[in-house]
Design a protein around this ligand. Sequence first.
Ligand code: SG4
Ligand code: ZN
Length: 267
Amino acid sequence: SGAHFDYGNPKDWPKDYPSCGGMRQSPINIQLQDVGMIEPGQQPVYRNRYGAKPKRMTITNNGHTVQLTGEWQKGYTPTISGGPLNGTYQFSELHFHWGSNNFVGSEHLINNHSFPIEMHIVHWKETYGNKTEATKHPNGLAVLGYLMSIHKSPNRGLKMMQMGFQHIVEPSRSTKIDPFPLSFFDPNVSRQKTARYFTYPGSLTTPPCSESVTWLLSVRLGNIATHQLDSLRRLRLSNHDNHNNRPTQQLNGRSVSSYLEIQFSNA
Ligand code: SG4
Ligand code: ZN
């Protein structure tokens, strides 16, 4: 698509990508006192087949982030459903947003607080047939966002990705890596029992900023080691960007709700 944009001047994005100036843009700052209550009886979001190992996995430096894709056997592609979602959404890719230092990096903020890194797991609604078509619809995409904290133990999924980083230092490079299930990204730190997540209608956080995303933000925080953050910062992004987090956008009257925790089924 020849998308040329950088993080030096994100306020200029609407000039080339009009949707970036729209009314349901992402990310946002989540003010906890404004979040709606969990309604009893609401079903959680189910993550299906996150335990299935793909046949192949590829990592790509697309100049804006490092992205992970995979190919599963027919019927084994991971999906999410439940919670605020209608229908089933298929895994497309996952990627990260980080900052130039550990005090910044996440795209979403909670009570104005930044986290050093945010992982996005992008899914598209099956009934639209493919991701490109899904992106044209207000409910076409569902992104699971994980606000991650620094921990002494490394993130197992990112560790698998790092094995290929030497081959994708420059933008537009891709390489195959040893396949592993997406459940490797789950935090291996203390399992909080009463985790919730936040949901609101928003957009892609990069151009073309399509307003097609149901955001599901987990407060069951993931973990990452400082050396892993440093290895992400060594990847070269386009225009010498040293961060890839868009500033927060106006709510414009949207409300954020809180749901039950994200659960697994046949994982
Ligand atoms: C990253 O640049 C991904 O690599 C893109 O994925 C993604 O675009 C973009 O971020 C925006 O996604 O979850 N941050 S976000 O809103 O998923 C899409 C690809 O270019 C369309 C495949
Ligand atoms: Zn993202």
